[in-house]
Structure formats: C-alpha cells, structure tokens
Design a protein around this ligand. Structure first.
Ligand code: ATP
Ligand code: MG
Length: 552
C-alpha cells in the first residue's frame, strides 16, 4: 500500500475482490428511493456511496424508484428526487421504476404457483399475524396452504382481475412456517390494493411486496452490488432465496450503517407530518434535513460530499455530530463565499463630526480576502454610519477592543475612528456616537497605524434593509431516537428555531448573483432566499462563522 493511500472501506474491498476474481467485469449499483417524500441527508450518504463507488471503479448507477405502494407515492416526489440528485452532482445511467417490472414480477409469481411454491391465503391480517408464531414458537400453517397449483392460479388471476376487495386475499410464498428467520414464514408476495398508481394508473389492483420486488428488480437490471442500510440484513437471505429459486441473475446485497445526526430526524413519515401540520413551512423549509431544505439554507453539494467522505462507510450504527456537517459547510464556504458587511437590527448610528458633509468615498474591497487580487466590490463610506450595537460598550473592561468612549477602532477596509461623545435618549439608551476619523489612516495612503479592534459598518444613506431569517436546530434533543415512550417527538421542537430580524447591508450585497451563500463579515454565512423580491430581500442563515467544534 502506498504511504498516503487511504485504507479501503469494506465495500471497496468487496468490489476490488469481485473485479479481481472476475466475479463481475464492471460494477452496476442503484439508488432505490421510494417516491413518498423528499430526499434527506441520510439519502445523501447513500447517494455518495452508490454513485461514489461506481465513479471510482468505472461503473454505473441506476436510479430506480421503488414504487410498489400506490397510496403514498406521487410524481411530485419523483421530480424532486431527480432534482436533488442532480444538484448533488450525480448522473444516473438509467431512470427506472419497480413498476416497469410489474408484468415480469407477475409472471414469476405464476411460475412459483405452478411449482407449488406460492399459494393464495384467505386469512385476515390478524389471523396471519397470530399464526406467524414468534422467534421461540414456530408458526402455524394456514388452512389454505394446501390449495392445489390450479386453484391458486385461478384465485391469483381473479385477484389480479379485481374480483376481491382489499385485504380479502394475499399471495404468499410457501417456504417454512417454522423457519428461524421469521421473514421466511411464508412471506406475502402480493396484496390487493384498489388504488391508482402514479405510473401504471388502474392497470393493477394487486401490488408486489418489498421483499418480492427488490432483489428481482436488481437482478433484471444486472445490478452487481445492491447496497442498502443495515436494517435490511435480515432480508438478505430472502433476497437470495428468490433469486436462486427463480434462477435469475445473481445480484448481491450489502449493508451499511444508516446516517443518524444529532438534533435531527430523518424519517420521511415524521418529516411529512411536520410539513402537513405546518410545524415547518414546507419540505424545503431551511430547518428541514431534506436536501431541498439544506440547499435553501445555503449548504453546498461540495460540503455534503465532504461530510459523507469524512463519516465514511461503517457497519455499525452511530449518531454523528451535526457540528461536523456544519464544519464542512463552513470549510467550503470560507474558501469560496463572497464577503459583505451587514449591520444587525437595532444598530447604533455613528456620526463622523470631522468628515465633510455630503462627501462619499467608495472603497474597493476584495470579495474574498483569500484572493486579494480577485474580484472586488465597491463599498460607500460617508459621514453617517451604522455599527452593531454589540460593537460598542460604555463601561468597557480594559481588554475590550471594540468601540468605547475615548477609544479607537478601525472601520473595516477604511479609517480609524475615535469615540468622542455618547448621545443617549430619555431612557438612557445609546442612540448615537459622535466620533472623529483620522484621515491619515486610509489604507494604502498615509502612514500605517494599527489598533487592536476592527469592526464592520454600513453607510446610513447607502445601506439597504434586508430580512434575516436566523435558523437554529429544529429539535432540542440531541439523540432523537431517545424520545421517551410517553412523549411525542414534536414535544422536542425548538421554539427558537427561527428568529427573524433586520439587517442593514452594504449595497453590493444586493447585486450579488446569489448562487452561493455569502459571508456577512464577523457574523455568519447567509444565503439569499428564493422568496426575495426587489422590495423585500430575504437571507437565510446558513451557519455561524465558527464554533468551538474540533475536527480530528
Ligand atoms: P424512510 O424510512 O425515512 O422512509 P427509507 O429508507 O424508506 O426512509 P427510501 O426512499 O426507501 O427511504 O431510501 C432510499 C435509499 O436510501 C435506501 O437504499 C435507503 O437504505 C437509503 N437511506 C434512507 N435513509 C438513510 C439514512 N438515514 N442513511 C443512509 N441511507 C439511507
Ligand atoms: Mg424504504
């Protein structure tokens, strides 16, 4: 192994072995979302693994919608999923649907019936559950288990033709009601559901179950490595059983640990509930862990990929710290984001008493300090300025290096000013500071003099008011899998997850193309919201500028 070569993860090891041994000539993976919701950060991990492995080994990845449940699925989700995958920068080879294979799956079901390996069961759901047994106790055969293939074929066709109501009958595989793996106790292959499907319309009123569908779809497409999350490991023997019994292309399933993040929920069912009940503004609310949510918040595909690279592929479930994701976002934006100055709500007005009235100077300031020769923006300076209230302190300790009475501070990119007089209103609140500026401290001219503090500012006649949507975590509980039994996960919604405020921005911010989040200097990263209008410009807080989180 070369010195700086990274250790292979277990999936890479398997794939390299398979390519070396000739088990497969090239690899084909698939990403199989159910179109019943929007993709979330967990899916990003799965996408990075499936597409990442294919890219690394010169293979391909299919996008296959796992659309076997007509009731919950919708084309809205189908389209959103494609948009999100493309946004991450991945391109699929073929766009496919489990429903494309309904005819083939049906044919195989008839084949199993003819071979005496499947039967129509009339038991109710309840009876089936009772007769399934437990891990310790073997199940009991259904009274309908002995039906002849002829009878089963006739009944199954009648099921298909709509003769029975939902739940009246099912088709089950005939395997072993005493099998130690409960999933082998005559698993259901088809259920009756009189519902319109988003693609097949009313053609079918019977729909195949997950276990009967997934492996066969993989096999039809010649998927070499079918990668899914750990909870499917008990399904793998059944996956293999169908493929072997039907004697079709031997796809194989491998499992990795799903992504869990602190302060975050990733169950689509719960996310849907948050949307439907109005706890958030929609699937793309910037507090949502959905890809459209984090995109609207200003997270970048680069940051998400960096995060997935860092967390790696493991076989053990763990709770990842969301601060690692935020660190990745900051890392990416710090390198690329344009800088602007924005003063927060309730600013203090600074009047430069020795600055000529009506004079305006335009300072050329780099858009990114990492590239001082790169693009710049022009920032207007005048006699009246706003500064953040937090940057002034009347009774300041010695080590306070921002503005204080008699104190000096540099206004970023411009002059050093000195606070000469504090003006208060009747309640004693500071409303204005009378300061003087030192013309000799203009950067690039005069003699260089330094002071300890530098603060940001905005010119009163030039600045533009913007709306700031400051987001915090959606939940207050770090490990959302630990919601106590007698509580609801919604009890842990953070009431402070959105705080709206105002800001006063240098005018160039409004001309920014808005394709990437920007840095409000000394404040944080913000991303222009899609609901902005010329009269109401909205910025979503992407993440703070820094925190104490350490990345090993
Ligand atoms: P949910 O239970 O929230 O509905 P799901 O697993 O049913 O999620 P699918 O649309 O079926 O969602 O998922 C598509 C793929 O993404 C599957 O291979 C699934 O294993 C994977 N996936 C889903 N959630 C995560 C996660 N948190 N971490 C990693 N992979 C995930
Ligand atoms: Mg699923």
């Amino acid at each position: 192994m070369e010195e700086n070569e990274k250790k292979l993860n277990f999936l890479e090891e398997i794939i390299e072995d398979d390519l070396k041994s000739g088990k497969c000539a090239s690899i084909l993976t698939r990403f199989p979302p159910e179109p019943n919701g929007y993709l979330h950060l967990g899916h990003a991990k799965s996408l990075c693994i499936n597409f990442g492995l294919a890219q690394k080994y010169g293979g391909k990845t299919n996008l296959r919608y796992d659309d076997t449940n007509p009731v919950k699925e919708d084309t809205e989700y189908v389209d959103a999923i494609k948009e999100d995958i493309s946004w991450l920068g991945f391109s699929w080879d073929k766009e496919l649907y489990a429903s494309d294979y309904f005819d083939q799956l049906y044919e195989w079901a008839e084949q199993l019936i003819e071979r005496g390996l499947a039967y129509v069961d009339d038991q109710t759901q309840e009876q089936m559950r009772e007769n399934r047994g437990t891990v310790e106790v073997p199940g009991t055969d259904s009274p309908w288990r002995g039906r002849t293939p002829e009878e089963n074929l006739r009944l199954f066709r009648e099921m298909r033709d709509g003769k029975y109501a939902d739940g009246e009958k099912v088709l089950r595989a005939k395997i072993d009601m005493a099998h130690p793996n409960m999933l082998f106790r005559d698993p259901i292959l088809y259920r009756i559901k009189h519902a319109s499907h988003h693609r097949t319309g009313d053609k079918w009123c019977i729909y195949p179950m997950y276990d009967y569908t997934h492996g066969q779809c993989d096999s039809i497409e010649h998927i070499t490595h079918s990668i899914c999350t750990l909870e499917f490991d008990v399904h793998r023997p059944l996956y293999d059983w169908f493929i072997k019994t039907l004697d079709i292309f031997p796809s194989h399933q491998y499992e990795f640990a799903r992504l869990n993040l602190t302060y975050t929920l990733m169950s689509k069912r719960k996310l849907l509930e948050l949307v439907q009940k109005g706890y958030v503004a929609g699937w793309d609310d910037p507090r949502m862990p959905t890809l459209c949510g984090v995109r609207r918040r200003g997270y970048t595909p680069e940051a998400l990929k960096m995060f997935c690279e860092k967390i790696g592929v493991s076989k053990r479930d763990q709770l990842m710290d969301i601060q690692l994701l935020e660190w990745c976002v900051r890392q990416d934006l710090n390198a690329r984001a344009n800088r602007y100055m924005v003063v927060g709500e309730d600013p203090i007005k600074v009047v430069l008493t020795n600055y000529p009235e009506g004079q305006v100077e335009w300072f050329d300031c780099p858009l990114n300090p990492a590239e001082p020769e790169g693009a710049s923006r022009r920032v207007p300076f005048s006699r009246e300025l706003y500064i953040d209230r937090a940057d002034f302190m009347e009774d300041a300790p010695k080590k306070y290096f921002r503005l204080k009475p008699e104190g000096e501070v540099r206004l970023k990119y411009t002059y050093i000013i000195k606070c000469e007089e504090v003006v208060k209103d009747a309640e004693g609140k500071v409303v204005e500071l009378h300061c003087t500026y030192d013309p000799s401290t203009r950067p690039g001219g005069g003699e260089w003099r330094s002071v300890k503090g530098t603060i940001h500012w905005a010119s009163v006649p030039h600045c533009r008011e913007v709306e700031l949507r400051n987001y915090d975590r959606l939940f207050t509980l770090a490990d959302m899998s630990q919601v106590p039994e007698d509580r609801d996960y919604k009890d842990f919604l953070n009431p402070e997850s959105l705080v709206v405020s105002k800001g006063y921005a240098e005018p160039a911010l409004l001309d920014d193309a808005g394709t990437l989040a920007v840095q409000f200097e000394r404040i944080g990263y913000y991303f222009r919201d899609k609901d902005s209008t010329p009269d109401r410009v909205i910025f979503n807080k992407t993440t703070a500028l820094k925190d104490s989180y350490k990345v090993e």
